[in-house]
Each structure stands twice: as structure tokens, then as C-alpha cells.
Design a protein around this ligand. Structure first.
Ligand SMILES: *[C@@H]1O[C@H](CO)[C@@H](O)[C@H](O)[C@H]1NC(C)=O
Ligand SMILES: *[C@@H]1O[C@H](CO)[C@@H](O)[C@H](O)[C@H]1NC(C)=O
Ligand SMILES: *[C@@H]1O[C@H](CO)[C@@H](O)[C@H](O)[C@H]1NC(C)=O
Ligand SMILES: *[C@@H]1O[C@H](CO)[C@@H](O)[C@H](O)[C@H]1NC(C)=O
Length: 410
């Protein structure tokens, strides 16, 4: 604004800017949101069976873009949503990778596979995904407010001769006709009659349940005599994005795991963190631990050093049935973001009784929640310990902007 403007015009200008809702202030940007709906490769499940595979080279929006949301749900061949009490969606995750351009074959040769993982903090290929949820997928918000977005498809990030591609891991468990529906969804080894992992290594007798017992093509125990048809399913996924331009403020994805067995190690160049994200843990029953008087709540906490700084734009946790909430705190106990499960109460898809059908999310007013590089945060995950749980999860995703948008010019 030039100095020749009267003072009241300046004031009106400020008032207008302040009173515009966010979406309007960035209307230019909002108008460009594009949407595409895709189907995963189909898979076939019979009663009690498990699907847990990797699908490479998915259909995905092309070009240099900023992702705005990613939603998914399980559907049958007619396109109808499949309820969780029929097919339990343990998880789906979407990962970015780089493969040789010349690879016509959809499965990459692992010697040419480069992970295009999220920004941290797990290591060794654990929790590399960009997006991923489970049973809560239908009622969990994933949209990223304007002017933020996850930048992908930047040619400068792609090694020469390679191409950016996307893959899925979909883990679904058909629980029609099973003897113990919750036991099957928690991957209890006895119900799958599994004593060795997928590679044939014997499991420790202490390992009672979790992903090592419900790998692809395993079978959960059915009620005697139950017969049901095998059926074809798809994961239908909806991606929203905008073209990348200077109005988009990029956010980075960080995933924390309450079951991260990390340690600090110091060497001559400084302090280093080695992360080991196990993704899963068990919750002992309060009756077994003699803590039934304490409300039968299991609280798991972990302190994590943040190797980055920036402003939190979005946060969401992933918990399984039994979960009662998860949160990120500063070391002094200040709450940064919490995410609480919603349980279904009915029968239809999206409202299945007893299942986590949604997770609340947090959208702090951008600029109000700042993480400083080197700061220690505390991740907390609560579960009911009224009964024993195997293979539960306590993940927390946050999207972080390193900078805030420049003021809007009119
Ligand atoms: C994968 O790449 C390695 C190294 O280039 C090569 O030796 C091997 O034959 C390839 N495997 C397949 C299945 O193409
Ligand atoms: C469980 O596995 C064992 C060994 O693999 C096999 O002998 C047994 O028949 C299986 N039991 C059932 C009920 O499938
Ligand atoms: C110290 O740790 C850093 C971070 O992992 C590593 O890059 C570096 O090589 C290590 N230095 C020594 C002397 O071990
Ligand atoms: C977790 O449980 C503790 C009590 O053990 C409670 O103080 C805390 O608020 C709970 N956190 C969430 C996120 O529900």
C-alpha cells in the first residue's frame, strides 16, 4: 500500500483481510483443487482369510503437485462399502518410491528400489508411508488446509533414469464366520495356528499375537461347519491435490511410534538417535496385573527428540479397538495435539459397533504450535486394559510447515 492512501483505507484493508475466512482468503488456491478416485488391484477373501500384500505402481495423480487429502475405503465388486465386522481393515499404507523408468514390470527389482519415505523419524524401512490408517479410515479427516500441501512429483527429487511411483500395502482380515472376531482382528497366533513367521522362523512362545501371526494367506479359525463365499474386494481411494506453485506452502510428514525402542548414542560428531519402530505392542489385562482398581487403563508414554523444527498444521493418531486416546505433549506437560477414537454403535459400514470408526484430528491455528529443533516431545497412547490385547498400535502423524505463508497481498 502506498503512502497516498488515506489511513482509513488502510484500516478497512486490514479488517477485510482479518475477517475473511481462511478458505476465502486463499480462494485462488481453493479453486484449483482436483479430485481423482481410483481402485486398488482387486483381491479375493474367503471367511477367516487374510490379505496382506504389496501393490506396486499404483494409479496416482501425475506431475509436480501438492497433495491435499487421501481417503480410502473397502468396497465389494458392486461398489458397496464393506462393513468391518465382515472384513476388518487392519491397515492400508501408501508409500512413495523410485524405480527405473525402464521397468515395465510393475514389481521393482529390489536392487533398483529407492524408498521416497516420509521425513522421519523411524528408520530401517519402518513406517515409511505418506498416508495410512485402518478401521478408522471412513471417519477420519485427512484434508490439509490452504495454503499447505504435501509436495510430490518434483522432478528435482527423482534420481536420473528413475521415476517416482506409489505403492500400497493393504492388510485385510475376513472375519465372517470366525470363532473369535476380536481375536482374529488382534492377530492372536493360536487362532491362526501360527508358530512360525512368514519366513519360517519360529516365533517366541511369548509372542501371543500381532502382525507376525496374520501375514498374507493365513487363516483364522472358523466356527465349526461355517461356509461362506469367497468374494472380490477393492480399496477405493480418493486423492485431492493442487498443482504446485509458489502459493503452496509445503508441509513435511513425521510419524512417531509409541513402541519405538529408540536410543541416544553419542559419538565424536555429536548425539545421534537410533530408532527401532516396532509399530505394535501388547496390553496386559488389569485383572492379570492386579491393577483392576486403577480403572483398567494402560498408559504408554515415550519421550522423543525432534530432529526438526516447524509449525504443526495437522495431527492424527492411529489406534486399534480398545484405544481411548493419544496425545503429543511438550516436556513440561503442555498439550500440543490429541486424537481420540470414535466407536461405532450400529451395524452399517462406517458405524460398526465396537470398532474404531474414526479418529479425531487436530488442526492448530497455523503458527500457534511450534516445535523447535532438538526439543523433546512426549507421545502418549491409552488403551483399556479391561482385557488383554495383542498387536495394538500407537502411531501419531503430524504435518509440519517449516515456514508460514507470506502475508497475502491485495
Ligand atoms: C535384479 O538386479 C540384479 C542386479 O542388477 C540382477 O543381478 C538380477 O538379475 C535382477 N533380478 C531380476 C529378477 O531381474
Ligand atoms: C495347526 O498346525 C499344525 C502344524 O502346522 C497342524 O498339524 C494342525 O493340523 C493345525 N491345526 C489346525 C486346527 O489347523
Ligand atoms: C557419528 O554419528 C553420525 C550420525 O549417525 C554418523 O554419520 C557419523 O559417521 C558418526 N561418526 C563416527 C566417528 O562414528
Ligand atoms: C491417558 O491417561 C492418563 C491417565 O493415565 C490421562 O491423564 C491422560 O489424559 C490420558 N490421555 C489421553 C490422550 O487420553
Amino acid at each position: 500500500m502506498t503512502s497516498s492512501n488515506p489511513w482509513w483505507l488502510l484500516l478497512v484493508g486490514i479488517l477485510v483481510t482479518l475477517s475473511l475466512p481462511h478458505s476465502q482468503a486463499f480462494r485462488r488456491h481453493e479453486n484449483k483443487i482436483k479430485t481423482a478416485v481410483f481402485l486398488s488391484p482387486k483381491f479375493v477373501l474367503g471367511p477367516g482369510s487374510v490379505e496382506n500384500r504389496l501393490y506396486y505402481n499404483l494409479e496416482f495423480p501425475k506431475g509436480h503437485i501438492a497433495l491435499k487429502s487421501f481417503n480410502a475405503e473397502l468396497i465389494d465388486e458392486a461398489g458397496n462399502p464393506v462393513p468391518l465386522h465382515e472384513t476388518y481393515l487392519h491397515h492400508w499404507v501408501v508409500l512413495r518410491y523410485y524405480d527405473l523408468k525402464s521397468n515395465e514390470n510393475k514389481t521393482p527389482n529390489m536392487s533398483d528400489f529407492i524408498s521416497g519415505r516420509n521425513s522421519g523419524i523411524c528408520q530401517d524401512g519402518a513406517l515409511d508411508q505418506f498416508f495410512g490408517l485402518g478401521s478408522e479410515t471412513r471417519k477420519t479427516a485427512t484434508h490439509i488446509p490452504d495454503p499447505y500441501g504435501i509436495e510430490v512429483g518434483n522432478p528435482a527429487d527423482v534420481p536420473s533414469g528413475f521415476e517416482e511411483r506409489w505403492m500400497f500395502n493393504i492388510h485385510a482380515i475376513d472375519t465372517r464366520g470366525v470363532e473369535d472376531r476380536w481375536g482374529c482382528t488382534e492377530c492372536r497366533c493360536d487362532l491362526y495356528n501360527v508358530t512360525k513367521d512368514q519366513s519360517g522362523n519360529p516365533l517366541s512362545p511369548d509372542y501371543k499375537g500381532g502382525l507376525l501371526c496374520c501375514y498374507d494367506r493365513t487363516q483364522c479359525r472358523l466356527k465349526q461347519g461355517f461356509k461362506g463365499i469367497r468374494r472380490t474386494l477393492y480399496l477405493r481411494y480418493t486423492v485431492k491435490w493442487v498443482d504446485m506453485d509458489s502459493s503452496v506452502v509445503p508441509v513435511k510428514i513425521y510419524i512417531f511410534d509409541v513402541a519405538d525402542g529408540w536410543k541416544r548414542s553419542a559419538n565424536s560428531t555429536g548425539i545421534n538417535a537410533e530408532h527401532s519402530c516396532k509399530a505394535e505392542y501388547d496390553v496386559e489385562s488389569c485383572h492379570a496385573t492386579g491393577l483392576a482398581g486403577d480403572g483398567c487403563l494402560d498408559t504408554k508414554r515415550i519421550s522423543l527428540d525432534m530432529p526438526f523444527g516447524g509449525y504443526v498444521i495437522y495431527g492424527v493418531a492411529h489406534q486399534h479397538a480398545g484405544g481411548s486416546g493419544s496425545a503429543l505433549y511438550r516436556e513440561d506437560g503442555q498439550l500440543l495435539c490429541s486424537s481420540i477414537p470414535t466407536y461405532g454403535k450400529g451395524h452399517e459400514a462406517g458405524n460398526e459397533a465396537g470398532y474404531v470408526v474414526g479418529m479425531s484430528t487436530c488442526y492448530p491455528q497455523p503458527g500457534t504450535v511450534k516445535i523447535s529443533k532438538g526439543e523433546t516431545l512426549i507421545l502418549e497412547s491409552n488403551y483399556s486394559s479391561f482385557r488383554y490385547h495383542t498387536g495394538v498400535m500407537g502411531l501419531f502423524y503430524i504435518l509440519v510447515a517449516e515456514q508460514l505463508p507470506k502475508p497475502i497481498r491485495t
